[in-house]
Ligand binder design. Structure first.
Ligand SMILES: Nc1nc2c(ncn2[C@@H]2O[C@H](COP(=O)(O)OP(=O)(O)O)[C@@H](O)[C@H]2O)c(=O)[nH]1
Ligand SMILES: [Mg+2]
Length: 369
């Protein structure tokens, strides 16, 4: 007999008590575009002295029981969890109708038509071979198939071995690039790394200030120039500063862009070329950020960005809200690109290294809950 969440999905939808990130930092944008300016930290502070940060002892990514529970709590509101939950809550009969409904539920949850059909047909064959005693056994088989789809893309990002390790974030507008950078800054700082941020989204002053605010909160320096500065030059300056200070992780923000914006897309290529003047291997990670609520369109976005820059890893954000969640499977299947992290909320600690089993368990109704 199946049991389900104690909480109603709706209880999980809004992130309570989380102050929205202010659009503007208290200080003004530096007015001298030609000089890189370190914002957000006291210039006299030795940024390499990360022992000063008290949170350094906490392993940020421990696969603890509470961590697993938190995946579940955050994902319970997803379209995936809700439709699958509704399907199995009736303690259904194990028959073709159940499989048809399951197929519809998977497609509706953005898993993709082809993948959903394949998953369900494999289950149907096993059902016809009398492999499943009941609907619960079928659900467990589905769970395993879903985990198997995601295990190949569960590849954590290792930032050691290069100094600085340079992460270039890319993606369309509003997907959560800057927020993800803020969360990464927190994560790497907590792990004891020295971190620097580069304000490469020079389109709007608000974007620079948003990054500075994250820098201030996490006590990591932000290299910025004025609004409308050349993004490649900001990031070049930041790389130079990070190298001279021995900073371990440099994370560069960029303006959101669409594949139709040729000039902006070319700029990404320019950013990468300029970095290579200082470090032939940089950027070491091109991290594409995807909004988990975008659905199947996410697949098109990745395809388009891959043609312009060599995307090496993905972050899927906003999976805590009403995102359907299934897009993670569609992306895994289509590209096999590492899914480095998922965003499960708006605050600094709401970024998880991708964990295939925890993710799937968060989406499915489970026995013994
Ligand atoms: N619920 C939720 N909101 C997120 C997440 N990541 C980003 N956001 C929100 O998405 C909005 C856009 O984020 P931003 O980082 O400015 O996107 P950017 O334009 O790609 O830099 C902001 O309101 C963020 O707080 C997430 O994982 N969960
Ligand atoms: Mg941004």
């Amino acid at each position: 007999m199946l049991k389900f969440w104690k909480k109603k999905p709706a209880d999980d939808a809004p992130v309570q008590g989380v102050p929205a990130l202010p659009d503007a930092a208290p200080e003004a944008v530096p007015a001298t575009p030609s000089t890189p300016v370190v914002a957000a930290v006291d210039e006299t502070r030795d940024v390499s002295d990360e022992t000063a940060v008290p949170a350094a002892q906490a392993p940020a990514n421990a696969d603890t029981e509470p961590a697993r529970r938190s995946w579940r709590e955050r994902l319970a509101g997803s379209g995936f969890a809700r439709t699958l939950g509704a399907l199995f809550v009736r303690n259904p009969k194990l028959d073709d109708d159940l499989l048809d409904e399951l197929e519809t539920a998977l497609i509706t949850a953005d898993v993709g038509v082809e993948a959903s059909t394949q998953l369900v047909e494999a289950l149907r064959r096993r059902m016809n071979a009398r492999e499943f005693a009941d609907a619960d056994a079928l659900l467990q088989a589905l769970r395993q198939s879903l985990v198997d789809m995601l295990v190949p893309v569960q590849q954590p990002l290792h930032v050691s071995g290069r100094t600085p390790f340079v992460i270039l974030t890319v993606g369309i507008n509003g997907v959560g690039k800057t927020t993800t950078i803020g969360k990464l800054a927190r994560r790497y700082r907590d792990e004891g790394h020295s971190v620097m941020l580069a304000a490469g989204d020079t389109f709007r002053a608000a974007a620079v200030n948003q990054l500075k605010t994250w820098g201030e909160r996490n006590q990591v320096p932000v290299i910025a120039q004025g609004q409308d500065a050349d993004a490649a030059s900001v990031i070049f300056d930041a790389l130079q500063a990070a190298r001279s200070r021995g900073t371990e992780v440099l994370i560069a923000d960029t303006a959101g862009r669409l594949h139709t914006q040729g000039g902006l897309m070319d700029e990404l290529g320019k950013i990468a070329r300029v970095m290579k003047k200082l470090d032939g291997d940089a950027p070491h990670e091109v991290l594409m950020v995807i909004d988990g609520t975008t659905g199947q369109n996410a697949v098109n976005q990745v395809r388009q960005f891959r043609q312009i820059v060599g995307v090496t890893g993905l972050v899927v954000t906003k999976l805590d809200g009403t995102a359907k969640g299934g897009v993670v499977f569609a992306l895994a299947r289509e590209f096999g690109l590492p899914i480095r992290f998922v965003g499960l909320g708006e605050t600094a600690t709401d970024l998880r290294a991708f964990d295939a089993a925890a993710f799937v368990d968060g989406l499915l109704p489970m026995a013994g809950d």
